[in-house]
Design a binder for this molecule. Sequence first.
Ligand SMILES: [Zn+2]
Length: 68
Amino acid sequence: MMDKYRCRFHPERKAVLYCEKYEYGYCDECVSDDLLCTDPELYCKFRTHCIIWENCRHLLKEKRAGSE
Ligand SMILES: [Zn+2]
């Protein structure tokens, strides 16, 4: 059973971030470890206030800039 208040990868830890689209929680460590959006290319209506996406957006931009 999925608990959105628990980390997706560390169920024993409390989630500090939460993906509203997939209902995944993430702990402190996962967030600081360059956490990426599960589906960065897919439209997400929660994106405007999603911290995961904010984080991911910068990394994607860097990645794209590097491959061009
Ligand atoms: Zn975690």
